[in-house]
Write a protein that binds this ligand. Structure first.
Ligand code: 0X9
Ligand code: ZN
Length: 336
């Protein structure tokens, strides 16, 4: 099973409780963080950071940021970020590689970047009188854009038909290559880019967090397709901007999980994505794993347990094993 012992997908309350519990159980090793801004619906966004002497925040260690659930329906993305915390804490003092990593690097885990959207998707109690939208398929946050029509501004995101359309795609809202191909200008689209770069508190939270730390590499988990994506996100400008080092790092990771190691424009054009911003603007490396071979949140056992731990092959993609992939990325770019 998983390091945490969990047997079903977490709800938001599970994430919150476990983050608190990990802080309480690991004094000096785990520190809570609350991101700068409340979400559109007024929720706090929480995370933890893990390293020895953790309260010495500016200790010069390389920093690795693991995130999940930019996209509300991509439940395994939060699970992977969270389980990595358990891997580090369980392995500290018992596994030599992990012990080195915990001592020599700082790992920040923000498992639920978009708690408003995730709550709608995970709870999925809302029905839609349009009759076609299942709320577990919610992708975006809950923003009301400057161009959202009046009829869709009423009520909460979860409680009326607005929830189907309302929101900005947080993976089109980052600055740095914002506002080009592969992002919609239509407020109701699932890839709506937002009114301007970093128009959303959820993406500004990550911008501020990265600005406050020397982030070496961020991992922004998504689902699905067994891909390990890196910049650039746009074909037209893509090829000249490709970095051999980046490709080599991706190859190290995908040697473990069997994912395709490709620049994200080979999937399709996107602008405003997290790791394009990270690399071109914030000066950090960034990867987007697209976890799993089927569905945004497939049945738990197969999607999370088997593939994460590499206990069975991910169909069509060689061996699973993001545990080893994450380890490889942190080791390779930290040189502890
Ligand atoms: O479209 C997306 O945001 C990602 N796929 S998903 O199915 N999780 O929605 C792919 C994004 C690829 N581009 C960048 N990462 N820049
Ligand atoms: Zn996604």
């Amino acid at each position: 099973g998983l390091p945490s012992g969990r047997t079903e997908y977490r709800r938001l309350a599970d994430y919150e409780a476990e983050l608190k519990q990990l802080v309480a159980a690991n004094p000096g090793l785990v520190r809570p963080i609350t991101l700068e801004e409340l979400t559109v619906e007024g929720r706090e966004v929480h995370g933890i950071e893990i390293t020895t002497d953790v309260d010495r925040v500016h200790d010069g260690k390389p920093v690795f940021l693991h995130m999940g659930l930019h996209h509300a329906r991509e439940w395994p993305s939060g699970e992977h970020a969270m389980e990595w915390a358990y891997e580090l804490l369980d392995g500290y003092g018992s596994d030599a590689e992990i012990t080195d990593l915990v001592e020599e690097t700082r790992t920040i885990i923000v498992p639920v970047v978009n708690p408003d959207g995730f709550t709608i998707s995970r709870e999925a109690t809302t029905t839609d009188t349009f009759g076609t939208f299942s709320y577990d398929n919610k992708r975006k946050n809950c923003a009301i854009s400057a161009v959202t029509p009046a009829q869709f501004r009423t009520g909460t995101c979860a409680a009326n038909n607005a929830g189907r359309y309302r929101g900005t795609d947080l993976n089109r809202n980052y600055g740095g290559l914002w506002g080009g191909p592969g992002a919609s200008t239509s407020w109701s689209s699932d890839t709506y880019r937002g009114d301007e770069p970093f128009s959303e508190p959820e993406s500004r939270n990550i911008q501020a967090l990265v600005a406050s730390r020397s982030v070496t590499t961020l991992i922004t988990n998504h689902t699905y397709s067994n891909l390990w994506l890196r910049p650039p996100g746009v074909a037209a400008t893509g090829a000249p901007l490709e970095e051999p080092l980046y490709k080599a790092l991706g190859a190290k990771a995908t040697a473990h999980n069997g994912y395709a190691n490709i620049p994200s424009y080979e999937l399709y054009d996107t602008t405003g994505g997290t790791e394009d911003w990270a690399f071109w603007t914030a000066g950090s490396m960034g990867f987007t794993p697209e976890i799993g071979d089927e569905n945004f949140h497939p049945a738990f056992e197969r999607a999370v347990v088997a593939e994460y731990l590499g206990l069975e092959p991910a169909a069509g993609a060689g061996l699973g094993g993001n545990r080893a992939a994450y380890l490889e990325i942190q080791r390779a770019t930290a040189d502890p």
